[in-house]
Write a protein that binds this ligand. Structure first.
Ligand SMILES: [Fe+2]
Length: 271
């Protein structure tokens, strides 16, 4: 099983730029082309939030057009730049609401069980998992205690050391930690939000952030680091389930030379 994760495309309406500079639609289009060329083909693509920049219906329409050519099945969860209702109305099957009205759902069709969580607080940049959302997660995890499970959500449940992003982090990490500790079959918690690749041990599992397919957050670990973005190469993650283990690869998006062979005629090339 191969899971592709892309994050934070921040799609705007055609011709509009994010932060006055970034043509995010082009970046997502390039990512779709790359994902469609992957061999082996991913079984599905998870988009871990900030699918749009302003959360308007017209931005979701633009997103739908950009993702229409994407060949593997794909699913969405909301980030702080999204609008829950507009996302659901645009993609009722790819971002379904649960009975409590949150975009939280389970995908059961694969060897790894996938659980999407909704950390959105309307009108705010920080995220939370309130009691209702956490109770829903606890119940879903209790249903299948033996199955390897991957949770995907927007806000990571840990501080990253990038101060301005930590100031808009997840407020309910301690309560989530208690639930995850009771469910050691959780292989991963994969997130977005920070626009960088970051890993941390969390509640006995591994939690990670995925880079954006467009702009990245500047890597600045000073306490007073200003909020800033950089146009480092965008990227994505591939989570490979193989022989009972989940292995995560980071890949960069862009045109680079190669691949070149290491060997010629059975010998290592040395000149
Ligand atoms: Fe974002």
């Amino acid at each position: 099983m191969l899971i592709a994760q892309i994050s934070d495309p921040h799609v705007r309406e055609p011709g509009q730029r994010v932060l006055g500079a970034i043509k995010t639609s082009r970046y997502l289009s390039s990512a779709v082309e790359v994902l469609n060329r992957l061999n082996p083909c991913p079984d599905l693509v998870l988009i871990s939030g900030d699918a749009t920049d302003k959360g308007t219906p017209s931005e979701y329409a633009a997103l739908a057009a950009l993702l229409e050519p994407l060949e593997p099945p794909w699913f969405l969860i909301p980030g702080n730049h999204d609008d829950r209702r507009a996302m659901y109305e645009a993609f009722p099957d790819r971002a379904p609401l649960n009975a409590d009205g949150f975009i939280q759902y389970v995908i059961e069709d694969f060897p790894v069980r996938l659980i999407g969580l909704d950390t959105l607080i309307p009108g705010e940049s920080r995220g939370e998992l309130c009691e209702e959302r956490l109770a829903w997660l606890d119940s879903r995890l209790d249903e299948r205690p033996g199955r390897p499970t991957l949770i995907f959500m927007h806000h990571p449940p840990f501080a990253t050391g990038i101060a301005h992003m930590d100031a808009i982090g997840l407020t309910s990490a301690a309560a989530l930690e208690a639930i995850i500790r009771d469910h050691p079959n959780v292989e991963r918690i994969i997130c977005g939000h920070v626009h960088r690749t970051i890993f941390r041990r969390f509640a006995g599992t591994i939690a990670s952030c995925c880079p954006s397919v467009a702009h990245q957050v500047a890597l600045d670990l000073r306490d007073d680091a200003p909020s800033a973005f950089v146009m480092e190469p965008p990227g994505y993650h591939l989570h490979l389930w193989r022989e009972g283990e989940l292995i995560t690869h980071q890949a960069m998006l862009g045109d680079y030379s190669g691949p070149y062979p290491f060997h010629e005629g059975g010998d290592l090339i040395d000149e």
